[in-house]
Design a protein around this ligand. Sequence first.
Ligand SMILES: Nc1ccn([C@@H]2O[C@H](COP(=O)(O)O)[C@@H](O)[C@H]2O)c(=O)n1
Length: 603
Amino acid sequence: LAVGKEGGAAERALAEDVLALRNPSELPVPHRPLEWSDVNIISTSDTHGWLRGHQHDTWPEPNYSGDWGTFASFATHMRAQADARGVDLLLVDAGDHHDGSGLVSTSRESAEAADGIFGLLHYDVLTLGNHELYQYSSAKWLYDNHKRWNGRYLTSNVNITVEEHGEVVSVPISDRVAKFETKQGNSVTAFGVLFNFKAHDRNITVQAPVKMAQEAWFQEAIADAPDYFVLVGHMPGRGLTSEWYPVYQAIRKVHPLVPIFVFGGHTHVRDCVQYDDRSIAVVPGCYLETIAFTSSNLPPAEDDGRALEISRRYLDANPVTYKWHTGTTDDDFDTQLGLNISQSLDNLAHELKITRPFGVVPHDYFLHRHPYGHPRSVLTVFAEKVIPEVVCDRERHGHPRVVIGNAGSLRFDVFAGPFDRNDELTVSPFNTEFLYTRLPAGLAGNITVEMNRAGASKFAPSVDDDEAYVRHVYNEWLASQWDRYVQSNLLGGSDELSMTSDAKKPRTLGYVTHDACKGRGDDIEHIPVPYSPDQVDFIRSPMPDVDPEEVIDVVVMDFAMEDFLTAASVLAPERKVSTDDFKTYAEGTTINDVFGLYARKQW
Ligand SMILES: Nc1ccn([C@@H]2O[C@H](COP(=O)(O)O)[C@@H](O)[C@H]2O)c(=O)n1
């Protein structure tokens, strides 16, 4: 469980006590019914291909053990409930379907097949994220296939350059706006927006949301008042200057009273804020861990301008939660659609051969629970064990070297037990390659320090003021949960969330959300996952034991190249280090296959 470097004993003892209380094979059961209202919206985001759910036993993984099939059964029962109640139920998703599991990261074709399975569940509104735009081919595939979403896949501010009828044109990847009527006869105007993302591939254009909101087409699209607006987009709802805010403001200017329901993503956190008493912005976590349920009444026909009753709930994505909230049992929960989806996922995993173990991991390695440098940190094992053992260039054999990379390329924990290709792509799904140049060892050593001082430039949206907020939102979110818990327990108190009726019940590890909306958001009360604050943006393999002046091979992971060059220009401007100075290192080796190579040898 551990946390700090040498301290952390108190935290560890606390967490161990808590875990001992509960039989870990048992998932906690919800006890608060959902607040159904006139409009009910289920939102997901940042699924990153986790369609098979979380399959490991280490807590909190079992909280998220539902796959896309069980989620589809849940959504189907929820839709039936909505019909029976005579209310709206919409399903929306805010993008980042790619990069993150064996299904979507084995190949372009596998990502397309996984997208197809994702699409078996009908969504009312969905959009893309930055991970659909790192490669032109992914974006082009979305463009070529956008018609299959029947006008509900919205890319309001993202264009692609294509050749059409012999002409090169920049066109929206998919539809910009959807106007539709719900089963209950409510009119909806919806948009799909991406933050002002800059690190996309060539021939893709992202317009800043603030500019999009001034466009004539947008003004025209919002001119008529619907019963409510649904804004779905890959960007956080909160922040110093949230990129949602100008979009919300543009609508508010024209329609002071029409409800605006915003569904964001990208930060991987559970979050919520209300811009006014007729709007809400909800972010539903990531990796198919969280299903957010948002509900609101609608203004009466004779609108008195009164505040709406809006609420949100973050559900842990597992069958126990799904059954409890739909009043179903083992006998009647699974729907044919759900079963078909689960079967299709198993078939795809089998075809892709992502479930064959490479080895057996001796113990858990965590991404956030330990500081960088701790032997059970994923970053440490990557930098100090995996890279030194498997990233080798035959031609450069015998030349001292150091390897520098971005920590963000490692995305998940590595769990004790069988380690397969799916686990490998989960921990690092990227095709990042290695390049090297020659520099003095002393300079190379200092460059990583400078890179960490400056922080990762590609970590966040590049809207200036927003960056400070977004940069490490997820890490800060985890840190604040753990700090709050440790503080309240060490001081002998308890945080306000523990004061609820089920406070005395044993709890499992999981998210403990404090957002900016009223009431309790988490459906299940958890103990937060231990978090170590000493995380870094960049990592480095051990320095060779050479004189600081000795010129060595300096190997850089290509995604970290810009940050490396910036740091080099700060520390040694006279050298004018540029990409031209780099050559391929360990040709054919990419970071998404180094853990497998290591596992075959060492685990
Ligand atoms: N080829 C890539 C692409 C991305 N990354 C890392 O992912 C981060 C963005 O992911 P979000 O889920 O936060 O959108 C990016 O900042 C990098 O850390 C990468 O390493 N290689």
